[in-house]
Design a protein around this ligand. Structure first.
Ligand code: NAG
Ligand code: NAG
Length: 350
């Protein structure tokens, strides 16, 4: 696991993601200093965001705490890829200069982060962590689905509210810029928010005589964030390269044989670098030192991952559970075995 910001870096516009000790301290002492001071000390917020930050410091804190979840989902989705969504604290911004580009990877980061904000907020609302929201108040009375009628009960995740807040806060910066990149970011932010809503499911509890299920109480719940991650990863694979139309209001496909992007598609302008070598300008960390798989023919194979530079092999000893025996009843006892395994890591550039 790599370093994660301790909570201050709550949105990824490059400037906001400064991870300076100074800002961290002001976050930490929020209680003493008050939200006014805290929000005024976060660099890179536009006025609208500063205002929302002061009004809703707890919401900001929740968004900050939720960052590690969408970042680790991003890293899970790209674990076998040359670009692995690695974050850095050294360059004072979470993704280095990557987010100044307009590649497919940037499209993914914007989408999954705004999806993450929606997810985090809706969950915090349901858990009663925030004063400004709670369960979805519109889900009351009775309703019907394919299995018949049911009563709303329990707590439905208030995704609409989370989407509205996230849109107001996250999009505020892009709305101020109004250039091509802002247009791209807004589109991908929205695609991300919509992805969370897509996987809401109706969960029900049965009541009635001996579980007959003649009466049901149901609530709408968000699926595990993995569903959103998997979905956005598919959208990344099918992302559409676009250009801005002549009015500067929307997109046209960059190549005539490409399809026109829908609202759910991720869009990008620039071809990606190969991410083989460390390059500050393109936000590439390079693949030197990455673990690769000698027998795989996929992206995680040493040939592809190391970009033909070759790899080093080291033998490491791993402890695994072995000779497990089942004892009646009901326990499993294992021995610890030492196993020698070869680990291959890509050579760096010379
Ligand atoms: C992420 O990058 C840092 C710094 O370049 C490196 O030390 C770390 O091993 C990387 N993590 C992964 C999972 O690649
Ligand atoms: C390496 O790749 C092969 C073939 O795809 C796979 O069967 C194996 O489980 C992988 N090994 C590791 C350590 O991931």
């Amino acid at each position: 696991m790599n370093l994660l910001p301790s909570g201050i870096c709550f949105y990824l516009s490059v400037a906001i993601c400064r991870l300076t000790a100074e800002v961290d301290a002001s976050w930490w002492y929020m209680g003493t200093l008050g939200s006014q001071v805290m929000c005024d000390n976060i660099p890179g917020l536009v006025n609208k965001q500063r205002q929302l930050c002061r009004q809703h410091p707890k919401v900001m804190q929740a968004i900050g705490a939720g960052m590690k979840d969408w970042i680790s989902e991003c890293q899970h989705q790209f674990r076998n890829h040359r670009w692995n969504c690695n974050t850095t604290v050294r360059e004072h911004s979470l993704f280095g200069r990557l987010l100044l580009r307009s590649s497919r990877e940037v499209a993914f980061v914007y989408a999954i982060s705004s999806a993450g904000v929606v997810y985090t907020l809706a969950r915090a609302c349901s858990q009663g962590d925030l004063d400004s929201c709670s369960c979805d108040p519109t889900k009351k009375g009775s309703s019907r689905d394919s299995k018949g009628s049911f009563d709303w009960g329990g707590c439905s995740d208030h995704v609409e509210h989370a989407m509205r807040f996230s849109q107001t806060f996250v999009d505020a910066k892009e709305r101020k810029e109004r250039d091509a990149r802002a247009l791209m970011n807004l589109h991908n932010n929205r695609a991300g928010r919509k992805a969370v809503k897509r996987f809401m499911t109706l969960e029900c509890k049965c009541h009635g005589v001996s579980g007959s299920c003649s009466i049901r109480t149901c609530w709408l719940a968000m699926a595990d964030f993995r569903r959103t991650g998997d979905h956005l990863r598919k959208r990344y694979n099918g992302a559409v390269q676009v250009a801005v139309n002549q009015y500067g209001t929307g997109f046209t496909a960059a190549h005539t044989h490409f399809k026109h992007p829908s609202k759910n598609d991720l869009v990008y302008f620039e071809d990606s670098p190969d991410y083989c070598i460390r390059d500050h300008e393109s936000g590439s960390m390079g693949t030197g030192g990455r673990i690769c798989n000698r027998t795989s023919r996929g992206m995680d194979g040493c040939e592809v991952m190391c970009c033909g530079r070759g790899y080093d092999t080291s033998r490491v000893s791993r402890t695994t559970k072995c000779e497990c025996k089942f004892h009646w009843c009901c326990a499993v006892h294992c021995r610890d075995c030492q196993q020698q395994v070869d680990v291959h890591t890509c050579k760096g550039q010379t």
